[in-house]
Design a protein around this ligand. Structure first.
Ligand code: ARG
Length: 607
């Protein structure tokens, strides 16, 4: 029996029958589901059912207790034994196990399910431990080096609402992985190279010729982009110059490079302003742009050629892989060098994959990118593996998203069909939140209201993203996301402020209350159990990078908090009960704040 933290378990004296169990060192892992799963699995192994998963899950209904072990039927089937009998043998074994006595009560149900009900004494002891743990019971995982490619906008355009998904979901996962102890490399693979830059440079050049102050012109990038692309469409001569600039840029022409740098730096400053506005943890240091790989492009393609992976088709260098076929089973090419000698998106990505796999030596590289790029990325990973850029034990995977829609179910656009600028979305969110906060609490100072509006408005748009299954399309709706009811950031932030106000009214500080937990009411025990399940929620997010698991958990937690608060008086209760309940309030607040923090969302003390 080893304990990760070595905290002695506190004997709360509630249920003497279980005290012996608590005198041992504490349980192995605070992820109760994983802990029970491991113990049941080892029981099954002892009973001769090796390789049979115990399938421990949170109970689907309160009548089934807190957890269910559903794996016995499968194990019995493999063993050709009677499932209820196997379940009984497993429970007999568990009765004898020092690890599991005192943790829960067990019951065999139906054809061989085992229902697991945590004992109140266990809940109380573990809750006390979590309450004293700054990590709230979340253990550190074995550290891996994990690169997250996220946000990664193209700099030839202003960031639009489509970038919100990769940016918000990527950032939440980055924060969670870091908290779990991993070495995370944030990779903002911005697109800063290629044909789109021709017209932008030609336009900069034109302005310079006309004696305009370039820095001023670049202040409003959106206007700049529009004028340049307008000219490209309407002015033949300009379009020719634009194409010429692409060639000059790629051949390293100094003048052209200078203009390009001016433009890119301004564009990155714009992105950074948006990250700061949205409270995204990316910094300019995390930018490793496509152009950073320029010198590697030719050698990368040569390596593919040496490996015999390249075929020339219609003058272009292509890689054909058996697993990629198009219509009528024809092999699909991945173009790695165009017939004019230019290098496409795939070439840069191959060079980047090599850098990530070999130079950085990552254990994992996760590409948080729109689902529409899934063919590109699967081809990329397959080619990079075939070329030896990625080793067998390195995990490279695509974490895809659906599309953001409007209420009519079509892609979210401005009224005239243009892309909705991300900066505008952020500003509008804050303005709308300011209106709500001013209506709700007109007495707050202006400074206070502005701060709250920022936290609530930005929280609302990010949470709307994070609370959906990332692979499905979702509808962007201001009213729903800013509502104080339902699974929204404002609801959770408000629940947090209510707890803060309990302490304010009591004139107490949470850290001054040290009374033991004394939980007797069902609503208290239910809330306590949910609080104990926080590590499970956080750890399950990164099993498949679904932040909505944590959102749903926090929403459920605040609902249980409300139920508790409505049925159990806190400040009016007797001293020891009051203090126990205050600790429950405090841990609920801390969990909400911490969970939202992992999602990249802040809290305020009052609204
Ligand atoms: N810049 C690309 C785009 O806006 C996304 C890049 C994603 N990352 C990558 N390594 N391909 O579509």
């Amino acid at each position: 029996m080893c304990d990760l933290r070595g905290h002695p378990v506190i004997n709360n004296g509630i249920n003497n029958a279980f005290n012996n169990a608590f005198n041992k060192e504490s349980i192995q892992s605070m992820n109760l589901k994983k802990y029970l799963d491991r113990e049941f699995e080892s029981g099954l192994r002892t009973l001769g059912a090796a390789d049979a998963p115990a399938v421990v899950k949170q109970a689907s209904k309160p009548e089934f207790g807190h957890y269910q072990a559903n794996g016995v039927m499968g194990a019995a089937k493999k063993q050709k034994s009677n499932p209820r009998e196997l379940a009984q043998s497993l429970l007999d074994l568990i009765e004898k196990s020092k690890e599991l006595t005192g943790v829960a009560e067990y019951e065999i149900a139906g054809p061989g399910f085992i229902n697991i009900t945590l004992t109140p004494a266990f809940i109380q002891t573990e809750l006390d431990r979590n309450a004293k743990d700054p990590r709230l019971g979340i253990s550190l995982e074995t550290a891996r080096k994990i690169l997250i490619d996220y946000s990664s906008p193209n700099l030839a355009k202003e960031m639009h609402i489509g970038h919100l998904r990769s940016t918000a979901i990527g950032d939440a996962n980055v924060r969670i992985l870091e908290f779990l102890g991993h070495e995370v490399v944030r990779a903002n693979h911005v697109g800063d190279w290629g044909a789109q830059f021709g017209s932008l440079l030609a336009y900069l050049d034109k302005l310079e010729q006309a004696g305009e102050e370039l820095a001023t012109e670049l202040k409003d990038l959106e206007v700049f982009y529009q004028r340049a692309s307008e000219l490209f469409k309407t002015d033949e001569e300009f379009a020719d110059r634009a194409r010429e600039f692409v060639v000059r840029l790629q051949s390293g022409d100094a003048k052209c490079h200078g203009l390009w740098e001016l433009f890119i730096n301004e564009s990155i400053r714009h992105c950074q302003a948006i990250y700061d506005l949205l409270d995204i943890s990316l910094t300019p240091d995390n930018v490793r742009a496509e152009s950073a790989y320029n010198d590697e492009l030719a050698p990368t393609i040569e390596k593919l050629e040496t490996k015999g992976l390249v075929e020339v088709s219609d003058g272009a260098k292509c890689v054909f892989m058996d697993e990629f076929t198009g219509k009528d089973d024809k092999p699909l090419p991945a173009i790695v060098q165009k017939s004019d000698g230019g290098y496409p998106y795939m070439a840069t990505d191959l060079a980047a994959a090599q850098y990530r796999g070999q130079t950085l030596g990552v254990d994992e590289a996760l590409y948080f990118v729109d689902g529409r790029q899934s063919l590109h990325l699967s081809q990329l990973f397959a080619i990079a593996r075939a070329a030896g850029f990625i080793e067998k034990d390195q995990v490279f995977s695509h974490i895809p998203f659906g599309t953001i829609l409007n209420k009519e179910g079509t892609p979210f656009k401005t009224r005239d069909g243009g892309a909705v600028k991300l900066a505008d979305v952020g500003v509008e969110a804050i303005e709308r939140a300011l209106q709500l906060v001013s209506d709700k609490n007109p007495d707050l100072t202006e400074e206070n209201r502005n701060h709250i509006a920022r936290v609530v408005g930005i929280g609302a748009i990010k949470y709307a993203e994070l609370s959906k299954n990332r692979t499905t399309d979702y509808i962007f709706d201001w009213d729903t996301m800013l509502s104080f009811e339902g699974n929204t950031a404002p609801y959770l932030q408000y629940a947090y402020t209510r707890i803060m106000s309990i302490f304010r009214r009591a004139g107490l500080k949470a850290e001054d209350i040290n009374a033991p937990f004394n939980l007797t009411e069902p609503a208290e025990l239910t809330l306590a159990t949910r609080l104990l399940q926080y590590p499970e929620a956080v750890e399950s997010v990164v099993e498949d990078y679904q932040a909505n698991i944590l959102c749903n958990y926090l929403f459920d937690l605040s609902q249980h908090f409300m139920t508790f608060y409505e049925s159990c008086p806190v400040l009016k209760a007797d001293d020891d009960v009051r203090d126990s309940r205050l600790r429950l309030c405090d841990l609920s607040a801390k969990t909400l704040q911490h969970g939202l923090g992992l999602l990249g969302i802040q809290t305020v003390d009052h609204m």
